[in-house]
Design a protein around this ligand. Structure first.
Ligand code: ZN
Length: 146
């Protein structure tokens, strides 16, 4: 815990994206468009992680990820953990994906009516999504973008 506090302590308000596999760092930066943001940001990479071997971490000041940004991040780096920081406190974000992935159940309402897909991330490595409407699981292998 002391280590975690250290990693996020330097930021008053903003987002810390932790547990990014080191090899995915630049994919995350690209998919979120971080390089073109005006917010201050820093990243560290090749940090030791017992879970991932080497991990990267990104801090973005005064930035809170939009739903679509959270979704993109979940697809590029499903192990990533988003920490929202407000007044130096970490606020947890529920892991969910909305809109950009198709439900693999052909009978699902989202495949027949104009209903935005909504999933809960039930496993992150490999990624498995559970449909909010039909409760069928969609795994990485069957994942199709909307
Ligand atoms: Zn469904």
């Amino acid at each position: 815990m002391a280590k975690k506090e250290l990693q996020v302590s330097a930021i008053e308000n903003g987002t810390v994206i932790d547990h990014i596999p080191a090899a995915k760092l630049f994919d995350v930066i690209n998919v979120l468009g971080i390089a073109s943001m005006e917010n201050a940001m820093t990243y560290g990479t090749n940090l030791k992680s017992s879970k991932l071997g080497k991990k990267a971490i990104i801090k973005i000041w005064d930035k809170f990820l939009e739903d679509n940004e959270v979704n993109k991040l979940a697809l590029v780096a499903p192990t990533a953990k988003i920490n929202i920081i407000r007044d130096y406190e970490v606020v947890d974000v529920p892991e969910r994906v909305e809109g950009i992935v198709k439900c693999m159940n052909p009978k699902c309402i989202t495949n027949h009516e104009k209903v935005r897909t909504k999933f809960r991330v039930v496993n992150d490595s490999p990624i498995v999504l559970k449909c909010h409407y039909c409760e069928k699981l969609t795994d990485q292998e069957h994942m199709e973008m909307n």
